[in-house]
Design a protein around this ligand. Structure first.
Ligand SMILES: [Zn+2]
Length: 459
């Protein structure tokens, strides 16, 4: 089946033709590891995880690279604060400790969302020599220059600058966070290397002790791990300018063909509003997981909207996704995996139409097609070997209450006193349980608002 992908570079949906069908290569800009990932950070992870799954299904070999940016003022600040508070170790050690801690959180949180780990997760600090060599070559060819301890990219040396984001240089100057500095020949020129103070991490370079700019990190790591040309480059559309524009300028001027297809996901909102600390609607993936929202539910909600549309996280969608998944695990949890529905694959292959794929899964569920549903759920990343514990635990808890309620009813039939039955029933309903009582017995099913905590002490 042909894969269609929307290419930002050409602004059209194209049939994907890998440079080498025996080995597909993809690079996605990863996080700056200074704190817990917020919910918006999870969107590109899940979108490109679906693409990674589709590519792996369709081609014999895929190399998926996603970097960690571990050169950052916010990491340094935390490390410095810890040092001043008396933490043991050098500043460099404390910086590494902070990065390691944050990367550990990132892995735990994204694993919980069912995201497969990329094949390589390079850290910027592991590629400083490659970055220096990259910058030296740009300077040698007249695409960059050194000034006052900095190395800067000369934007005028690349005629196609601004093409990806479709901006003119005038627009970019007017709208952008362009830093005017006396050492810049042109205000649009961007930093490849900058000097470090004594209390900041730094590496020796031909331009003095310093550290790389953010953009050169991705160009150097993509080159080191994927070569001069590769298939797909992805990231959030907030990275299109200046980050991706700068990556392209550097890499093309270094003589690299670089990425063939550029893909960008739209942003995330919460209840129709931009997520921000000032609006009080800012939360991390870990916050949701700790509130008891299962990773599978977060994943299903996040992928229910096409990646090129703004995604709105709402409480209503969360509740619906939980209800859907409980139903699907009930249908597909205990069956052998069946064939992959071609309509499901067709939807995913159509520029990652995850919403369309979900429609097919709903149809399979309605037809009680457990084996086909199970396979689709596996592909979608919401079904692993076994049904998740949040589903099985709830059902295990409930079977004890089924026995309890059944016994209370049997007693009530004799005494004609139904007070205990009513008490148990209302408590179960208050905990979000659907209570089905028939002559055959008592059947309890965890509803979308099921809250196990409310059942504690009942009985
Ligand atoms: Zn990048």
């Amino acid at each position: 089946m042909k894969i269609q992908l929307y290419n930002t570079k050409t602004r059209t949906k194209e049939t994907f033709e890998p440079l080498d069908p025996s080995h597909v290569k993809m690079y996605v800009c990863g996080p700056t590891v200074y704190d817990r990932a917020h919910l918006g950070n999870a969107r590109p992870v899940l979108v490109f995880d679906m693409l990674n799954r589709l590519l792996r299904h369709s081609y014999p070999k895929v190399t998926y690279v996603r970097n960690f940016t571990d050169v950052d003022d916010r990491i340094n600040e935390t490390a410095l604060n810890r040092k001043q508070a008396g933490a043991a170790g050098t500043l460099e050690e404390l910086i590494a400790e902070r990065s390691n801690e944050t990367i550990g959180w990132y892995h735990a949180d994204m694993d919980a969302l069912g995201a497969m780990r990329p094949d390589a997760e390079p850290r910027a600090t592991g590629y400083i020599a490659e970055m220096i060599a990259f910058i030296e070559a740009l300077i040698a060819d007249g695409h960059a220059y050194a000034a006052e301890g900095h190395a800067l990219f000369a934007v005028e040396s690349y005629a196609e600058y601004g093409k990806l984001s479709g901006r003119s240089v005038e627009d970019m100057i007017a709208g952008a966070r362009v830093e005017v500095a006396p050492y810049k020949r042109n205000p649009m020129d961007f930093v490849l290397w900058k000097p470090s103070d004594d209390d900041l991490p730094g590496w020796d370079s031909p331009w003095g002790r310093g550290r790389p700019g953010w953009h050169i990190e991705c160009s150097a790591m993509a080159h080191a791990l994927l070569g001069k040309s590769f298939d797909i480059h992805g990231g959030g559309n907030d990275l299109m300018f200046p980050h991706h524009e700068n990556e392209i300028a550097q890499s093309r001027c270094a003589g690299h063909d670089f990425a063939q297809v550029w893909m960008h996901n739209e942003m995330l909102q919460v209840e129709g509003k931009k997520m921000s600390k000032s609006l009080g609607n800012f939360f991390t993936v870990r916050d949701l997981l700790e509130q008891g929202v299962p990773g599978e539910v977060i994943r299903l909600v996040m992928l229910s909207t096409h990646y090129r549309k703004p995604m709105d996280w709402t409480e209503k969608k969360r509740a619906e996704a939980e209800k859907t998944l409980r139903k699907w695990y009930d249908i597909a949890g205990d069956v052998e995996a069946g064939p992959l529905d071609p309509r499901f694959l067709e939807a995913i292959s159509d520029d990652l139409n995850t919403a369309g794929a979900l429609t097919i899964m709903h149809e399979l569920a309605a037809q009680n097609a457990g084996p086909e549903l199970r396979t689709a759920m596996q592909f979608f990343g919401v079904m692993s070997e076994s049904v998740p514990e949040w589903v099985t635990d709830a059902q295990a808890d409930l079977s004890a209450f089924e026995a309890l309620l059944g016994a209370a009813r049997a007693t009530a039939m004799e005494t004609k006193d139904f007070a205990e039955v009513d008490r148990l029933k209302s408590a179960l309903i208050a905990a979000g349980v659907e209570v089905r009582m028939s002559k055959a017995g008592v059947d309890l099913v965890a509803g979308p608002d099921f809250d196990a905590a409310k059942l504690e002490g009942l009985g």
